[in-house]
Design a protein around this ligand. Sequence first.
Ligand code: HEM
Length: 557
Amino acid sequence: MSSAVPSQMVHNASQRGAASVASAFESATSNGSVLQKALTAFDYATLKNADRTTIVFTLLALLATALIAEQYVYQRKKGALPGPSWTIPVIGKFADSLSPSLEKYQEGWNSGPLSVASVFNIFIVIASSTEFSRKILNSPTYAEPCLVASAKKVLCHDNWVFLNGKVHVDYRRGLNTLFTRRALSVYLSIQEGIYKQHFAKWLSNPNPKPEAYMMHFRDLNMETSLRVFCGDYIPEEGAREVSENYWLITVALELVNFPFAFPGTKVYNAIKARKIAMKWFEHTARESKKRMAEGKEVTCLTDAWIKAMIDAKEQRDNAELEAETRRVLVRDFSDREIAMVLLSFLFASQDAMTSGLTYLFQHLADRPDILRKVREEQYRIRGDAIDAPTTLDMVEQMEYTKAVVKESLRLKPPVIMVPYMNHKDFPIDKGYTVPKGSMIIPSFWNPLHDEQVYPEPDELRPERWLDAEGLAEKNPKNYLVFGSGPHNCIGQQYANMHLTAVLGTASVLLNWEHEVTPQSEKVEVIATIFPKDGARMKFTPRAAPAPGTAPEIAAAA
Ligand code: HEM
């Protein structure tokens, strides 16, 4: 190939007209990055013989070819969908993704049920309608979840969360045994011990003024998760070590991050934090295996899993284990595999639960009428035994409190979108096929704020969930808070139980005020969503009502 070829290519193409440009670019760019293709076409051997001007012009021609080709490929993939009509060379919408904001996302969602963008030559299709978002989540033959680039480094490339297809279905079947009713009852008593300790801390906070509570809510969730997952196998200082370092994992999994693990980078720090967590989780697995082999009682999620494995192997009678689940559990899961599952649970739950809890407290402080109804229900269920342990039976009776949790998660869904990748052309709509290798993002905000299903969608109206014949209950497809399809949230019953139990107990033990600031209703997107001011609150003790007080009177106090 002579040095003139790239410029010749542009020259010839312009002579042959747009159709030829199209095919030239198409063949030059059908695989891999545009720039890479153009550079590959360059014969380096000729560089030695060429004069300076030829080299400069050739390089400029190459660059121009690559940049025009980039625009061409983008246009071709975009088709008639809404989105920028051209893409910023090389970086695309990178700047936007550095400072994500709900308003910017909303602009895209409201531009059409499917819209497009491009970041670093990754073509992105964003779905904003219930129909398209569900279609992506439920089409595993076309699309699979793809976490951000750094996720495999941080969570370990062989973590089960990266599985797909039948192996994923099988793995999940085994893990479902961790969220049975029996298992949830064990967890509830652990949870309650922890959140009551945190309530006591909030009450003894010497600051007389409201302060940002988001990180306090995060601490409550972190300690609860660690104790539910690992029981007392992790000593106090181990739990502190995991908790203090975990934030390094959160920040390394932001949408845009420097992907290489050089010392000092977020990914490097996150890997260090993961190693600390894995050390304690593997220790948990090892110790739990010993205790369960001795036939001791189940005290945490790891125990529940190991006990289920032992039962499956020994063919013990366990009514809750179906034959298929038994088949999956009959194998030795290594300490490392168990530790990676705990890591995945912590990763998947931590920020979403904190977002959910933060908004729950904020919403109710701002709506005393709703908080009063929660209290009335709690006094009715708990009677005079305000401080008595909360049981799963009690949680199941908390119809109104559960509706509040459901509605709060709808109004401010912790996870507003999940990135998927399609590994073959995906005919998502009659008029549009998502090209293979695109990032394809189902988003949940619009389905959860659809006024045809949720009239006054921006209002907190728990009552919409209490009418079995109402629009909300009759359109469960819109409720995408926990996703849908093969990768939907495995921890959703646990999450709902936790939020309901925390709110129910807090409502009778605590009073809280929320300092509303101009930032309270503004949304910060840090993978999950938070109020921009961090939810400024102040907690004070709530006196128990005199024995025999009617629930509605006690609630009004
Ligand atoms: C309010 C709290 C939570 C919210 C809003 C939430 C939301 C979600 C969403 C939207 C997904 C992706 C679903 C999809 O792709 O269709 C997901 C996946 C997942 N969640 Fe949650 N989640 C929460 C709590 C939890 C908890 C407490 C756990 C574990 C104990 C958990 C474990 C997981 C796991 C392991 C996955 C990946 C499942 C798979 O790939 O098969 N989540 N969650």
